[in-house]
Ligand binder design. Structure first.
Ligand code: MN
Length: 214
């Protein structure tokens, strides 16, 4: 039985049109993403020490295993952060948190867009929660992941060329803007934010010398 398996796409392959075409999703999910997962699974078949939960492997691995595990994790997270009819403006707790972190929602959108457009080469642009419970924008190269740098991922944009080249060729900015304006699922971001905050709070209580002092 496989240890690492490709999760089903959370939407139909043409669901993100016209922003991300069905052919892009077909190749990106069906070949690139599938390829990373299947290769990782073959390595795990030969080496039982790799049969860990995927996020644990992403934190610990290096070399080829990190490349495959990171790409497997990042792509799964990427698909789940997108939805048809997404984008727009979040509300409630999430909006308040983004405003507090960036000084305004427009500034959050702008920072994420600039990071994704400006990242040199292959990689990922992220919204993350840092250790001070602030939302930040960061980028990682190749298969790297913010969890390896003490940051909790909230959302990601794949900026490898295979994510957008069929749709907009070298115009990465058009893809990035479409993702932010039309596809980002803010409910997914909120779920990740709440989970990361709860984990932080639990760890803080656990480590605090006198938890009631604050
Ligand atoms: Mn990709």
């Amino acid at each position: 039985m496989a240890h690492f398996e490709l999760a089903p796409l959370p939407f139909a392959k043409d669901a993100l049109e016209p922003w991300i075409g069905a052919r892009t999703v077909e190749l990106h999910y069906g070949r690139h993403h599938r390829g990373y997962v299947e290769k990782l699974d073959r390595l795990a078949e030969e080496d039982p020490s790799l049969r860990l939960p995927l996020d644990e492997l992403v934190r610990k691995a290096d070399g080829e295993v990190l490349e495959l595990a990171g790409q497997a994790w990042n792509h799964d997270f990427y698909w789940r952060g997108l939805r048809a009819g997404g984008g727009g403006r979040p509300v409630g707790t999430l909006l308040a948190c983004l405003e507090a972190s960036f000084g305004g929602f427009a500034s959050c959108q702008r920072r994420l867009a600039e990071a994704a457009k400006g990242h040199f080469g292959s990689g990922w642009a992220w919204l993350v929660l840092d250790s001070h419970d602030r939302v930040r924008v960061t980028t990682t190269h190749d298969a790297d992941n913010p969890m390896r740098h003490g940051l909790a991922p909230l959302f990601t944009i794949d900026v490898w060329e295979h994510a957008y080249y069929l749709d907009v060729q070298d115009e990465r900015a058009r893809y990035v803007e479409a993702v932010i304006d039309h596809l980002i699922d803010w409910d997914f971001v909120l779920v990740n934010l709440e989970r990361a905050s709860r984990l932080r709070a639990a760890l803080a209580c656990h480590h605090a010398p006198s938890a009631g002092a604050l």
